[in-house]
Design a protein around this ligand. Structure first.
Ligand SMILES: [Zn+2]
Length: 318
């Protein structure tokens, strides 16, 4: 089902706006899934851990393999029914990461990780959402082979969307970990931080996992307090982005900062600072100061605030 053009931020965020109809009602029907697998227009994505297998076509890369060709690459540990692209069935095949590593010797294949595929635009943008879907679910399988309830080996059912325990009968579903990512703002200034993991000169929003028993707003306030020592009042949800590293969803918010004094948690951040809107507009993406990629939720949180689309302290809805 094609996404409606009036939905979500533009341009679309990486891994979002999937054109796949997940067709969840079919997942229980093994006969229908087998027919889909044998259909001539069926295609699969091949993933092992962080690595994705692409067909190397010289200038271009193609992530989609015919089922037979994918199976010729090795033995899949899991087969996930991702859904239908129009009427073409799509599957994700989970391989042992070491087996995929060995495929690097094949001249007609390109083996790389999903981040690089997205950053370098190695595949058409329509492939990023199903690759994210496949990678997140395959990664979940790799970490949930045994029942967390009783320790018995579990088995894959529902087209790869559930693992059942034959001993204690527990049913286990793929998880998504919520991460809050926020831009603290006050009037014409915002706070940007630098993680030691960032490329040199890159500054971005603050982020952290939402903890059990916490609302999104509470998690955003806590993370800002922990990382930069600022007190925040109103937290406004902006948009979200799937983040399959390994299986998160980034929940983007603007947070109204009430206090001024930044105290950086050096365990988490290399640095953090207040940045004025006018300075950011003048320096965005120059050599000394880089912002996150334009298709990231972090960048959209900053850009929409820069454009004046976000209510700040003193706004009508305060
Ligand atoms: Zn069990």
């Amino acid at each position: 089902m094609a996404p409606r053009p009036d939905l979500g931020p533009h341009p679309r965020l990486g891994y979002t706006a999937s054109a796949i109809d997940r067709a969840a009602a079919v997942r229980h029907d093994d006969t229908a899934l087998m027919k889909y697998w044998e259909q001539r227009n069926a295609g699969c994505y091949v993933i092992g851990g962080e690595l994705v297998v692409l067909k190397d076509l010289g200038e271009d890369s193609d992530p989609l393999f015919a089922p037979e060709a994918a199976c010729a690459l090795g033995t899949a540990r899991e087969k996930i029914f991702l859904g239908l692209a129009d009427d073409a069935p799509r599957f994700g095949l989970g391989f042992d990461p070491q087996a995929v590593e060995l495929l690097k010797t094949h001249n007609d294949l390109k083996i790389t990780d999903l981040r690089l595929i997205a950053v370098q635009g190695l595949v058409g943008p329509e492939h990023l959402p199903p690759l994210a879907e496949a990678k997140a679910v395959i990664g979940w399988h790799a970490r949930h082979r045994f029942c967390p309830n009783c320790g018995a080996p579990t088995r894959v059912v529902q087209g790869g969307w559930r693992r059942d325990c034959p001993v204690c009968k527990a049913e286990h579903f793929p998880r998504t970990d919520p991460v809050v990512i926020m831009l603290p703002i006050a009037g014409d200034r915002c706070v940007l931080g630098r993680s030691p993991r960032f490329p040199q000169t890159m500054w971005s929003c603050l982020a952290g996992f939402c903890e059990p028993g916490e609302s999104i707003e509470e998690a955003a306030r806590r993370e800002v307090a922990e990382e930069v020592g600022l007190v925040c009042a109103q937290v406004k949800y902006f948009a979200s982005q799937p983040w399959p590293f390994p299986s998160s969803i980034m929940i983007g918010c603007h947070a109204e900062a009430l206090s001024e004094n930044i105290v950086v948690d050096r365990e988490e951040l290399e640095d953090a600072r207040w940045v004025a809107r006018s300075w950011l507009l003048a320096h965005a993406d120059d050599d000394e100061f880089r912002m996150p990629r334009r298709d990231s939720i972090a960048r959209r949180l900053i850009d929409d605030w820069l454009a004046g689309d976000i209510e700040t302290a003193g706004g009508a809805e305060r």
